[in-house]
Design a binder for this molecule. Structure first.
Ligand code: NAD
Length: 304
């Protein structure tokens, strides 16, 4: 078997085209340009690359982004005060704090300072809790992007065995909850899992987000499985690669995401979708819900 490639760039482009239509409508009907504030603390080069990628995508769909940089030792009160000001800024509809923060910062305090209505990364407690009951305002971008890849390809989730490798608050746990909301049978594995292969081999859909090069080998994957590789690593020869052994597993899986070009572009696309949703919600809150042609809050959930 040779796996079909789930092309995140292509799917992302299709979704971005739809997002653009909603941005145009926002301006036409309400005179509003969606605004995203991106907060970068410290000098971590990987974080800077991430921030640059996110901000570069904004003009594609008509979002105005602003970068706010702080030194790594910025006082917590100053940071929180700054976020509170952005919460009240009518031109800022989404706020993103790039993670990870430098070690001495209290991540929770920073993330919880962002108002729920501007929490386009989906990390506020309300949005995290909403994943359990199924009504978040904003879903976290990476797992949201994975769901959209599966839906776009018409791959079923209900009743499937899903194994999630990685249990972080950003990817693994919300992904598992989103899969449960869609009635999958979900196993969640992590660094302390005793025999990883026992779980991965059961998976109809295997999602891997561990950040470990070559963690998943072909013998750990069921023939015909759908394999979603979230991981980002450098191979010894300097290439960007995921957590799964792509060459071997693509001979066995039915579908697979490449790295780069799989989940990464979808994460950015979902951030754009959440930001435009936030702007629409802002307009509806301040001017009434009937202003738009369509009643849409989760833009990227529509159609294929
Ligand atoms: P993290 O370090 O917070 O969490 C890693 C998880 O993997 C933990 O639960 C850990 O227990 C588990 N793990 C580690 N080693 C393991 C092993 N040997 N076996 C099983 N589980 C193991 O990382 P994260 O923020 O969740 O990110 C995971 C990976 O995904 C990283 O490579 C990161 O760069 C990547 N990532 C990619 C995107 C994207 O858009 N493509 C977004 C977020 C994260």
């Amino acid at each position: 078997m040779s796996a079909r490639i789930l092309d995140g760039r292509m799917i992302g482009r299709a979704i971005r085209n739809r997002i653009k239509v909603h941005v145009d409508e926002l301006f036409r009907v309400a005179g509003v340009i969606p605004g995203l504030a991106v907060i970068l603390i410290g000098e971590d080069p990987a974080s800077r690359v991430n921030v640059t990628n996110k901000m570069k995508a904004c003009p594609d769909v008509g979002i105005r982004s602003t970068l706010i940089e702080h030194a790594k030792d910025v006082p917590a009160e100053f940071l929180v005060e700054n976020i509170r000001r952005l919460n009240d800024d009518p031109a800022t509809h989404g706020i993103l704090v790039q993670l990870p923060l430098p070690p001495h910062h209290d991540v929770r305090a920073v993330l919880h300072a962002i108002s729920v209505e501007r929490d386009v990364d989906g990390f506020h407690l309300y949005n995290v809790g909403g994943l359990v009951v199924g009504d978040t305002i904003f879903s976290p971008c990476t797992p949201f992007g994975v769901m959209r890849i599966l839906d776009h390809a018409g791959l079923p989730i209900e009743g499937r065995n899903v194994t999630m490798v990685g249990a972080s608050a950003i990817v693994g746990k919300p992904m598992a909850l989103m899969m449960m909301q869609r009635d999958a049978t979900v196993a969640v594995c992590h660094a302390k899992t005793r025999d990883l292969a026992e779980y991965t081999i059961l998976a109809d859909v295997l999602v891997v987000a561990a950040g470990v090069l070559n963690l998943i080998l072909p013998q750990m994957v069921r023939t015909g499985a759908v394999v979603i590789d979230v991981g980002i690593n450098r191979s010894p020869d300097g290439r960007l690669v995921g957590d799964v052994n792509f060459e071997g597993i693509s001979q066995k899986a039915s579908y697979i995401t490449p790295v780069p070009g799989g989940v990464g572009p979808m994460t950015v696309t979902m951030l754009l979708a959440n930001t435009v949703s936030a702007a629409r919600r802002y307009v509806e809150r301040t001017r009434g819900p009937s202003i738009f042609l369509q009643d849409v809050t989760q833009l990227a959930l529509q159609g294929r």
